[in-house]
Design a protein around this ligand. Sequence first.
Ligand code: AMP
Length: 212
Amino acid sequence: MGLIFLGASEAQKRTQAPILAQGNIMRLIFLGPPGAGKGTQAAILAQELNIPHISTGDLLRSAIAQKTALGILAQAYLESGELVPDALIMAMMGKRLAEFDALGGWILDGFPRNLSQAQALDRLLQILGQSHPQAVNFNVATESLIARMLQQGRKDDNENLIRRRLEVYQEKTTPLINFYKQRRCLIDIDGNLTPEAVNQSIRAKLSLAVPV
Ligand code: AMP
């Protein structure tokens, strides 16, 4: 990437640096069970860092609302709390991560959801020439998760569906915690605190300056 600066003026270097300096680019994966508050935190931090908050759940719900082919294929999975097949998710994310606004970093919320998605994300980032992401893992007690989700009251969230989504998380998504831990790029966050305190703790652990 540095080669692109050969012969560039100081002014050009300064204008190009924010996009081209890979070291400064935040690529974050928010991991945690449904109801852990990662969507709220992803939205706050994405706004603070001026990078896109990419939620696969939101993308899928919007595809369902618009009755696209993807939406029609995905609907039954969302209604039963099961994972949408990896091939559909990877096609959707391959497109999303190649969009212009995603070149300068992102926060992924709800993806990857299993090991094969994490491996496919690695391959996708390699193709895009992007470095490994940092994972942020939200820890929240199970009973408060169920209470929070019932409180948020999306109309599709009855208690059975919530329990099934938690089971799917336990079974399919928790192996990702070790996957990213072994790579030494996992940060653990206590998600039981207030939203402001959780935001501060994420920023501190990512060594981001607190806004004044
Ligand atoms: P969320 O809003 O992230 O809780 O996702 C809602 C639902 O969308 C999940 O219960 C799954 O059915 C589906 N979904 C979201 N993200 C993924 C993903 N990465 N892989 C498979 N299914 C997903």
